[in-house]
Design a protein around this ligand. Structure first.
Ligand SMILES: [Zn+2]
Length: 170
């Protein structure tokens, strides 16, 4: 089936047929996620979604599957771009009477909203390069030698002032 995630669906009806979904969701379909992602070039990759909607013992519904994409985030240590591969396995339990998990109802709901929630949870609060050596070369230089950033121009800001004003006055 296609077009399942974005259309409102009655979950128990999908589960009855044990629907299997393989779809790609565009970021345009997930405005909350777009707002949370840095507006970097390259954050346009769609999300590959694979999921199965099945009945569970006790009248519940289990939606399980995987989400995969790749984000381009900003490293909070060196401010350089970080590639962030996303590979999520999820199991969403829907029950009519359970306080844990999601409430199962016959109201149509959009599975894309649950996908977006799952992705928002995955988004790191403080993304950094996994290895410090991957951080920007500039940062490495500064941390190795704190004075490395002071160039000849900035070290003596008033060096030329004496010449400019003249030496002996009027
Ligand atoms: Zn970094």
């Amino acid at each position: 089936m296609s077009g399942v995630l974005l259309q409102p669906q009655v979950l128990p009806a999908l589960a009855l047929r044990q629907v299997r979904v393989t779809e790609r969701l565009s970021l345009n379909d997930m405005p909350r996620l777009v707002e949370a992602l840095p507006p970097e070039e390259g954050n346009a990759e769609p999300v590959a979604c694979e999921l199965t909607v099945a009945e569970e013992d006790g009248g519940g519904v289990l939606v399980s599957g995987s989400l995969a994409t790749r984000w381009r985030l900003r490293c909070q240590r060196c401010l350089g771009p970080v590639e962030y591969p996303v590979d999520i396995r999820f199991r969403w339990r829907f029950r009519r009477d359970d306080e844990n998990g999601f409430l199962l109802s016959d109201e149509p709901m959009r599975l894309a909203d649950f996908v977006e929630d799952e992705l928002l949870l995955e988004l790191p609060q403080v993304p950094v390069h996994a290895r410090t050596e991957d951080c920007d070369a500039l940062v490495r230089r500064y941390s190795a030698d704190p004075d490395a950033g002071a160039s000849a121009d900035t070290r003596r800001p008033f060096a030329g002032l004496k010449d400019l004003l003249g030496d002996g006055g009027p």
